[in-house]
Design a protein around this ligand. Structure first.
Ligand code: MLT
Length: 210
């Protein structure tokens, strides 16, 4: 029996063999991104955990010391904990981990980026909406074969474009195939980018896909 299913979460089976791992932003919960997941891929199974850290009562996936300044020790620990949860959930719910696509928004996108950098192999592909560099690894992992779609907002006051671009460079240098798009938007998501994300997802054929 898996022992690491210790996140409050929702799991909704799908009619295809893809699973979306939905990772909410600060103040969200496991219900938040369900409509977004359904919109992006109506056939996919949805796995949606709630971040365990509370900041003034608002759930997050790891602690921060100030806006954009992360508690790196906590980030490491929470990244490992969430990675273990994902691996255990694949076993428990019998989904194909090679066909998992993380969909993270803001804090959820940052923890997904942290999993890519710290626990390569857990996420074969990811859609990162408003992401920044979570930490600078001593050594880049090997992300060959990993596909990532990143969307930034040119007027985002929380996540500066330059920071997202640094993440794009880092993931690309690690060997991932990264598509980055910047939209005329702030921190909130726009319909235009979701349409583009959906299109990218429909074309996605990472290793493991037939
Ligand atoms: C973070 O803390 O992960 C980022 O600043 C995004 C946010 O949640 O506000």
């Amino acid at each position: 029996m898996p022992t690491d299913l210790d996140f409050i979460h929702q799991f909704t089976p799908g009619s295809s063999d893809r699973t979306l791992l939905l990772l909410h932003g600060t103040g969200g919960d496991e219900n938040d991104l369900i409509p977004l997941g359904r919109e992006l891929d109506p056939a996919a199974a949805l796995l949606s955990p709630r971040g365990k850290v509370l900041e003034n009562g608002y759930p997050r996936f790891f602690r921060r010391l100030a806006e954009g300044v992360f508690d790196l020790e906590d980030l490491k620990r929470r990244t490992d904990e969430l990675s273990d949860f994902v691996v255990a959930a694949a076993e428990h719910y019998h989904f194909d981990a090679r066909k998992l696509v993380a969909v993270g928004y803001s804090n959820g996108a940052n923890v997904a980026a942290s999993i890519l950098l710290r626990r390569p192999g857990v996420l074969p592909s990811a859609i990162l909406l408003r992401a920044m560099v979570p930490f600078i690894p001593e050594e880049l992992p090997n992300l060959a074969g990993v596909r990532v779609w990143i969307a930034g907002g040119t007027q985002d006051m929380i996540i500066p474009r330059a920071n997202t671009e640094q993440l794009v460079q880092m993931l690309t240098a690690a060997g991932a195939e990264v598509t980055a798009r910047f939209f005329d938007a702030g921190h909130a998501l726009t319909n235009t980018e979701l349409v583009q994300a959906k299109r990218w997802l429909a074309m996605l054929t990472p290793p493991g896909y037939n």
